[in-house]
Design a protein around this ligand. Structure first.
Ligand code: AMP
Ligand code: GLY
Length: 423
């Protein structure tokens, strides 16, 4: 089969690495891709927001199956458009992608179906939102309703901070946002839960945990994710079952009943509280950098699973996993998640990749002559497998230390919660 992956980050590099290994893959393309993805796939300079251009490429290159990485094209309806053109695509249609596209939509769906999530109210008016915040008190969480590239959530420890967040959102600080959700602050440990869905049923993937804060000790600003590991020890077998029964399967059933079935990968951001799992948010795509560690642990061929999700055939499907743990350290350009330089030269990648169990995925790189240069905020994902999270962590940092990139930085404590439990 000829396959096209859409996207250009570490998540897409990990998917490309895994899909390239499938015996079903004849030719693999990625649009637009990056310098690392180019080792696995032919990169195509397409604007993936231009759906007619993507469709035209698929027809020319005789693409049999498209895998969509990021949320923006999903929410924009790229799956609807590709499928209407007769091109089979992995990912949810626009109506189902609202689970990520609108926090209010997801909260209302949870309320109507008794899915555990923080108590909340929706507001289109700043004054009413602020009055609610004053009644509820702090800590409290303010969320912009639409896609905000990870910047739409403020966990406010004071009423003043919450009111400032409401003002910032309604005055256009995150672009055009007509609505906020204000919700209770949940206390517990976070985990990322992934399930392939075929509109009817769901198949759980390996669990993972990511580190959202920029600096060691989970301090500093929120980011897209500075590292991740799998499995997440907080996700015991009993907890996984509760998440499937109380959160994922009711969501799949509700969307089917609404006539907007969810196909693709459902990514539940969870808070594991003392009373059980609570849904923080849904994403309608693979997590980044969680996918990087999940792909390293997946023993089965991923492609038949993605096709079965698209075809509504997951019911009798099974996936096999390696027992090893996996961990990834994100190397970012200094300054991220604020402003940072592009174009700085990265050396030592080959020496780093030689370490046993290490795999390096590129998140934001570009080839310039013989050099690999940084081309984004999150730039590299240095990944490793090990018998334990501690072993995977040691290998990943050994590789990090062989990478010569003075303009980059990373956290030195990825996996600390899991490693503390292993001791
Ligand atoms: P989200 O973009 O919804 O995943 O939110 C980003 C981060 O904000 C989450 O990963 C949590 O760390 C935090 N967060 C969001 N909602 C809540 C909540 N209700 N209670 C506590 N933390 C939250
Ligand atoms: N790592 C979290 C995300 O992909 O949104």
């Amino acid at each position: 089969m000829n396959i096209l992956i859409l996207g250009s980050g570490g998540r897409e590099h990990a998917l490309a690495w895994k899909i390239a290994a499938s015996p079903l893959t004849t030719k693999l393309y990625c649009a637009p891709g990056n310098a690392g993805i180019a080792q696995e796939a032919t990169c195509v300079a397409l604007d993936i927001a231009d759906h007619p251009a993507v469709i035209a490429f698929c027809k020319n290159a005789k693409i049999d199956f498209v895998v969509v990485g990021p949320e923006v094209p999903l929410v924009a309806g790229i799956v609807d458009d590709l499928e209407a053109a007769g091109i089979k695509t992995f990912g949810p249609a626009r109506a189902a992608a609202q689970l990520e596209g609108s926090k209010g939509f997801t909260k209302d769906l949870c309320k109507a179906n008794n899915i555990p999530t923080a108590a909340y109210e929706r507001f289109t008016d700043g004054a009413a939102a602020k009055a609610y915040v004053r009644r509820q008190g702090a800590p409290i969480v303010v969320k912009a309703d639409g896609l905000a590239a990870g910047k739409g959530v403020v966990v406010a420890s004071t009423v003043d901070d919450a009111e400032a967040a409401i003002d910032m959102i309604f005055s256009g600080g995150l672009g055009d946002m007509a609505e906020v959700v204000v919700e209770d602050c949940l206390i517990g440990e976070e985990a990322s839960f992934f399930a392939l869905c075929d509109g009817d049923t769901a198949l759980q993937l390996a669990s993972a945990q990511d580190h959202k804060r920029a600096y060691d000790g989970d301090k500093g600003p929120n980011t897209g994710g500075m590292g991740a590991y799998s499995p997440a020890p907080v996700m015991t077998e009993a907890m996984n079952k509760r998440v499937m029964d109380e959160i994922v399967l009711p969501t799949v059933a509700a969307l089917k009943k609404a006539g907007t079935p969810f196909k693709g990968v459902l990514f539940a951001g969870l808070m594991i509280t003392k009373d059980g799992p609570q849904l923080i948010e849904y994403n309608v795509r693979f997590g980044d950098p969680e996918t990087q560690v999940i792909m390293l642990r997946m023993m089965s061929d991923i492609l038949p699973a993605l096709i079965a999700a698209r075809d509504g055939q997951l019911k009798n499907f099974d996936l096999r996993w390696y027992g090893d743990a996996a961990l990834t350290v994100v190397m970012a350009a200094k300054g991220y998640p604020g402003s940072y330089a592009k174009g700085t030269v990265i050396k030592g990648l080959d020496a780093a990749a030689e370490i046993d169990g290490v795999e390096i995925f590129h998140a934001g790189t570009k080839a310039e002559g013989d050099n690999i240069v940084a081309n984004g905020g999150r730039v590299l994902n240095v990944c490793a497998r090990g018998k334990t999270v501690a072993e995977a962590q040691a290998r990943a940092y050994e590789a990090v230390d062989r990478i010569d990139w003075p303009e980059g930085f990373c956290r030195r404590d990825i996996g600390w919660q899991a490693i503390a439990r292993e001791k």
